[in-house]
Design a protein around this ligand. Structure first.
Ligand code: 5RP
Length: 228
């Protein structure tokens, strides 16, 4: 008998459900943003009475968590989280990631930094050897956008301001997003540190200092658990 391959949506459901085993009963869980995380939130709703609540990385996830009856805490109400569960646009064999396709990278990095373990949930299309094929999201203060664009262009990249309905997209933090194409990010730790130092950069979408500790990768053979 032949098995038809699972769709990307089915793989996202699988990893969203698999992440439940990292949720610590009685505790507050860190929750990321995106379509894969939405599957996780749906799964979390089935065990909502066994957790204290969640810290959320975006207005969109907050809304979905609350609609599922899960209490949402502010970051500042919580000391440390044992686990943060989020998706990625790319993840490499060291657990370094590109994130921010959903424009939530700044809050995602904040919640990740507050968490002892980052569990990345992703379908196999996100697995790469070197980061950079996915356009790198960079959240910037609007008055610095042109200069930061020129700094990336000097590295040989092409840069576009992310739009929504023809207007610059405004993040949950009131800032803009540049999408940077044409980079091969061979040294993610050094690259993240360098771009973070450019005036006007709020957050660069390389997650190397806040890398994943575990990746639950959805493949047609099932969920693969990769530890870094
Ligand atoms: C949002 C993110 C997401 O985790 C990333 O874009 C992956 O999203 P999806 O699960 O929808 O593929 O970083 O800012």
């Amino acid at each position: 008998m032949t098995h038809s391959p699972l769709s990307q949506d089915e793989l996202k459901t699988l990893v969203g459900q698999a992440a439940l085993r990292y949720v610590v009963p009685g505790e507050i869980v860190g929750v990321g943003t995106g379509s894969t995380v939405n599957k996780f939130i749906d799964a979390l709703a089935t065990i909502k009475d066994s957790i204290a609540g969640a810290v959320s990385s975006s207005e969109a996830s907050t809304e979905r968590l609350k609609a599922a009856g899960i209490r949402v805490f502010d970051c500042n109400e919580v000391e440390e989280l044992s686990v943060y569960i989020d998706g990625a646009d790319e993840i490499d064999p060291s657990g370094y990631m590109i994130k921010g396709g959903g424009a939530a990278l700044t809050r995602e990095k904040i919640v990740a930094a507050q968490s002892r373990r980052f569990i990345c949930i992703a379908d196999e299309s996100k697995w790469v050897q070197t980061l950079g094929a996915f356009p790198l999201p960079v959240e910037v203060i609007p008055m610095a956008a042109r200069r930061i664009t020129r700094q990336f262009e000097a590295l040989g990249a092409q840069v576009s301001l992310r739009l929504r309905a023809g207007e610059p997209l405004v993040t949950d933090n009131g800032q803009h997003i540049l999408d940077v194409r044409g980079l091969q990010i061979a040294e993610p730790l050094a690259f993240e540190a360098e771009v973070n130092n450019w005036p006007g950069v709020v957050t660069v979408g390389v997650f190397a200092h806040q890398k994943a500790h575990v990746c639950l990768l959805g493949t047609s053979a099932g969920v693969k658990t990769i530890e870094f």
